[in-house]
Design a protein around this ligand. Structure first.
Ligand code: ADP
Length: 171
C-alpha cells in the first residue's frame, strides 16, 4: 500500500472512494462536506437520509458510505471527526477512529484506492500538525495488515496542511 500526497479539491480525484468530513446529521454542511454534496448531486443526500432514517445519523469517529453520485469516485465514505475542544475530550482517539473506520469500510468493499481530506482541521478546529500525525499514523498502521487497498491519498486543500504533510511524509 502506498501513501501519496496531493494538493487540491478532493471532489475531482478519480479514486474508488473519497472520504467526507461530515457532521453527525449526515445532512450536509460547509467546507469539504458542502463541496461533495454540491458536486456529487442529490443522490448522495438521498442515501444519507436513508441511513439517517435507519440509524439516526453517524456518531463521532464512526463512518458510513453512500454512492458518489456525479463525482469521479465510486463511493463516498462519510465520517464524523471530533470538534476540537482542548484535547482532553478523547479527540485524538476519535480522529484516529475516523481514519481506521473509513479504511475498514473501503476494505470491506474491496476497494483499491481511497482519498482523505484533512478531517476536523477546518470548521472543527483540530490543530493541523497533531491531526496530520494522527492521520498518517493511522494509515501506516492499517497498511501493515493485509487489505484490498493499494493507494491512499491525502488531499490537502490548504497550503498549511500540505506543507505539514509533506514534512512528516518525507521523514
Ligand atoms: P471539519 O468540520 O471536519 O473541520 P471542514 O470541511 O471544515 O471539516 O475542513 C476539513 C478540511 O477540508 C480542511 O482542512 C479544509 O481545508 C478542507 N477542505 C475544504 N474544502 C475541500 C475540498 N473541496 N477538497 C479537499 N479538502 C477540502
Amino acid at each position: 500500500m502506498t501513501i501519496e500526497l496531493l494538493k487540491g479539491d478532493i471532489t475531482t480525484i478519480p479514486v474508488d472512494v473519497i472520504v467526507n468530513a461530515a457532521n453527525s446529521s449526515l445532512l450536509g454542511g460547509g467546507g469539504v462536506d458542502g463541496a461533495i454534496h454540491r458536486k456529487g448531486g442529490k443522490a448522495i443526500l438521498e442515501e444519507c437520509i436513508q441511513i439517517r432514517n435507519r440509524q439516526g445519523g453517524c456518531a463521532t469517529g464512526e463512518a458510513v458510505y453512500t454512492t458518489a453520485g456525479n463525482l469521479p469516485a465510486r463511493y463516498v465514505i462519510h465520517t464524523v471527526g471530533p470538534v476540537w475542544n482542548g484535547g482532553s475530550n478523547n479527540e485524538s482517539l476519535l480522529l484516529e477512529s475516523c481514519y481506521l473506520n473509513s479504511l475498514r469500510i473501503a476494505n470491506e468493499l474491496t476497494l483499491k484506492s481511497i482519498a482523505f481530506p484533512n478531517i476536523s482541521t477546518g470548521i472543527y478546529h483540530y490543530p493541523k500538525q497533531q491531526a496530520a500525525e494522527i492521520a498518517i499514523h493511522a494509515v501506516q498502521t492499517f497498511g501493515e495488515e493485509e487489505s484490498s487497498l493499494e493507494q491512499v491519498f491525502f488531499v490537502c486543500f490548504d497550503d498549511e496542511n500540505y506543507q505539514i504533510y509533506q514534512k512528516i511524509l518525507s521523514k
